[in-house]
Design a binder for this molecule. Sequence first.
Ligand SMILES: Nc1ncnc2c1ncn2[C@@H]1O[C@H](COP(=O)(O)OP(=O)(O)O)[C@@H](O)[C@H]1O
Ligand SMILES: [Mg+2]
Length: 207
Amino acid sequence: MAKVISFISRKGGTGKTTNAINLATTLNALGKRVVLVETDTNYTLNTLRKMEVFKSKDNGRTFDILGSQDQAVAQELTDLKNSRKTDVVVVDSAGKTTDEGIKKLCLVSDVVIVPTSLTQNDLLVTYQTVTDLAPARQLNPQLKILILPNRIHTGTNLYTVRESLKNLDAIILPIIVPQKNLFVNFSTVAAEKAYEPIAQEILKHLS
Ligand SMILES: Nc1ncnc2c1ncn2[C@@H]1O[C@H](COP(=O)(O)OP(=O)(O)O)[C@@H](O)[C@H]1O
Ligand SMILES: [Mg+2]
C-alpha cells in the first residue's frame, strides 16, 4: 500500500505547495516511486511540469503529477493507495481544514504536514489547523500530524523555533526549512539537494 502525505493548513501562503514539490522531487531522487496530487485548481505544478518537459527532452527519472479537487481527492487516493506501482503519494491541498473534502483527505492520509512560519498570524492559523483536525485524528488514530517550521530566517535558533511551537498538540519536526530562494525556484523534475535532510526527517514518520 502506498503511503499518503498531505500538506494541509487552514489558510494559503504557509508553504504547502513549495514543500510538497520539494518533498516529491527529493523522494523521487531517493528512489521512491512518487505520485504528486495537486488540488489547487490553478494546477500550477502541472503547468510547470509541461513547460519543463517541453524545454528539455531528457528529464531523467520523473514522477506523475495528477490534478484533482478537494472534494474528489479522498476517493481518488483510495484507488492510488492500493496501487502496487507507488510508494508515496504527496498531496498539495488547497482548501480550508473545515471543508468536508479536507476532512475526508485526513481519513485516507498517513501523515499530515502543516507548514508554518513563526509569525504570530501563521502560528494562530497553525493552532486552528491542528484543532480542526482533532475529529479526523479520532476517526483515524494512526494519522500523524507533523508541524514543519518553514521560512525560518537564518540565525533563528532551534530553541526559539521549539518555544514558539510547543503549545501545539502535534509532532514538531526537529528540522527547519530556511527562508531561501532555492526552495522557491523549484523544478518539478530536479531535486534540490538542500531539501534532503528535511525529506529524511519526514520519512521517519512513514513506517
Ligand atoms: N522556505 C521558503 N523560503 C522562501 N519563500 C518561501 C518558502 N516557502 C514558501 N515561500 C513563499 O511563500 C509564498 C507561499 O508559499 P506557497 O508554497 O505557495 O504556500 P501555499 O501553497 O500554502 O499557499 C510563496 O511566495 C513562496 O514562494
Ligand atoms: Mg498552494
